[in-house]
Design a protein around this ligand. Structure first.
Ligand SMILES: C[S@@+](CC[C@H](N)C(=O)[O-])C[C@H]1O[C@@H](n2cnc3c(N)ncnc32)[C@H](O)[C@@H]1O
Length: 195
């Protein structure tokens, strides 16, 4: 099983950098998400609301901040305007801020997790949590973010119904809100990657 960390600089979309790490999937849900029989539920907001009600976390899919920090150092600066899409109850946002990043916006489609994270981090002005669908980020202006960080969210849309339509909408929106020299940092899992 591989965790791929790809960075797609917006102005050079065909040049990507990959850091691949072989690792063991730790939990039943990670194994399920990446299996060929992955449940459609991962693409449904109601699934995530229920899961976050039952299991408030924190929980980080695939990799934790410590492993990813060296990659972030290559592509993002402490002063950059960052967007974490499908943040869940991951500690990524708070660890970015603890490490000196000054402006981290997090979005998720689940109101349950967004309300919990807003409450948990209400004392941190550098960290914002907003309920938003990654397929429609019209509340954000075009060319407004230096980087978008996606850990497991494209994967989750790929599991759902209408995956092609939903992932296309998501990627269109990610491209729209990124600045010209912005970067899309995608952390995903595949068992079929041959790179
Ligand atoms: C596999 S989890 C990853 C959570 C977190 N990024 C992590 O690394 O631990 C996928 C997350 O994407 C969110 N999500 C699913 N569909 C979404 C959508 N259309 N817009 C925004 N978030 C979405 C889910 O609520 C869930 O928190």
């Amino acid at each position: 099983m591989y965790c791929g960390c790809f960075c797609f600089p917006k102005q050079r979309p065909f040049i990507s950098t990959a850091t691949l790490t072989e690792f063991e999937l730790e939990t039943e849900r990670e194994r399920e998400m990446t299996s060929s029989t992955a449940t459609h539920a991962y693409g449904e907001p109601s699934y995530w609301d229920q899961r976050y009600s039952e299991d408030p976390g924190p929980f980080d899919w695939y990799q934790k901040y410590k492993t990813l920090a060296p990659l972030f150092d290559v592509y993002i600066r402490r002063s950059h305007h960052l967007l974490v899409v499908g943040c869940g109850n991951s500690t990524l946002g708070e660890e970015l801020v603890s490490d000196g990043y000054l402006d981290v916006v997090n979005i998720d489609i689940s109101s349950v997790v967004v309300e919990a994270m807003q409450k948990k981090h209400e004392d941190k002005p550098e960290l914002k949590y907003i309920k938003m669908d990654v397929r429609d980020m019209s509340a954000f202006e075009s060319s407004s973010f230096d980087a978008v960080i996606d850990k497991g969210t494209l994967d989750s849309l790929m599991c759902g119904q209408n995956a092609h339509h939903n992932t296309s909408k998501m990627l269109e929106e990610v491209g729209r809100i990124l600045k010209d020299n912005g970067a899309y940092i995608l952390v995903f899992v595949t068992s079929g990657f041959s790179g």
